[in-house]
Design a protein around this ligand. Structure first.
Ligand code: GUN
Length: 281
């Protein structure tokens, strides 16, 4: 069997077109403030991509750059200013922050109504309770991708590898709310293979090229690769051995062109929602 490739790139482009139409119908375009501290090259690329997506969707994007030497007080003062700025609908502080800064305190300082990443404890708690106002971008992008291919998690065995606050934990929560039976595996899980072989839907978010080999994939499974690694050949790759796993899986996401573009599209969706909520008061 050769798996169906789940084309996140094409679906994300369609979602951006829909958002562009909705934004064009608003009296004032939504606005996103992106905060970038320091000069991490990967973060600079992510921020540039977000600016590009905003331009395509008709969302105003304002960049706020602070030097790597910025203090916690300077960063908190910027977040406070953006919270109080009525022209700002969404705020995103690009992670990771330089090590001397307390990221959790910064995320707690963002107005939950402007928290388009859904990283604030209020939004994390609301997700846990099944009462979200924003969904975190990567897990919600994966749920949209599953929906687009008519894959329902209800009653399925789902295995999520990775327990980060950004991906693993919220992914498990969304799958649980979609009536899946969810197992979360991590670096201390013994015999990862035995868990993976049970998975009807396998989500890998580790960041370790070659982690998921074909002998860890159940025949007919859905394989979602969240990772973005640089392979030995210098090319982008995920956690999954794509070619080999494709022979066992029914559906599989490529890297790049799978989850990544969906994550970015969900940020645009959240920014549009933030603007709409604020306009409707
Ligand atoms: N760094 C890596 N992924 C993300 C994300 O989704 N949001 C933010 N703010 N920073 C990130």
């Amino acid at each position: 069997m050769s798996a169906v490739m789940m084309d996140g790139k094409t679906l994300a482009a369609k979602i951006r077109r829909d958002i562009r139409e909705k934004c064009a119908a608003m009296r004032r375009p939504p606005s996103l403030a992106v905060v970038l501290v320091g000069d991490d090259p990967a973060s600079a690329v992510y921020v540039r991509n977000k600016e590009h997506d905003c331009a395509e969707c008709g969302i105003t994007c304002a960049d706020h750059r602070l030097p790597a030497s910025a203090t916690q007080q300077e960063l908190l003062a910027l977040v406070d200013r953006l919270n109080r700025d009525a022209a700002v609908d969404g705020i995103l502080v690009q992670l990771p922050l330089p090590l001397h800064l307390d990221a959790q305190q910064v995320l707690r300082a963002i107005d939950p109504g402007k928290d388009v990443d859904a990283f604030h404890p209020e939004n994390v708690g609301r997700l846990l309770l099944g009462q979200p106002q924003y969904l975190p971008c990567t897990p919600s992008g994966i749920m949209e991708l599953l929906r687009a291919y008519d894959i329902s998690p209800a009653g399925k065995r789902c295995v999520v590898i990775g327990r980060s606050n950004i991906v693993g934990k919220p992914m498990a929560m969304l799958l649980l709310q979609a009536d899946a039976t969810v197992t979360v595996c991590h670096s201390k899980t013994p015999d990862l293979q035995s868990h993976c072989l049970q998975a009807d839907i396998l989500v890998s978010a580790v960041g370790h090229a070659g982690l998921i080999t074909a002998d860890m994939v159940k025949e007919g499974a859905v394989v979602i690769d969240v990772a973005m690694n640089r392979g030995q050949d210098g090319k982008l790759c995920g956690d999954v051995d794509y070619a080999a796993a494709s022979e066992k899986a029914a559906y599989i996401t490529p890297v790049p062109g799978g989850v990544g573009p969906m994550t970015r599209a969900m940020l645009m969706k959240n920014t549009y929602l933030a603007a709409q909520r604020r306009r409707n008061g």
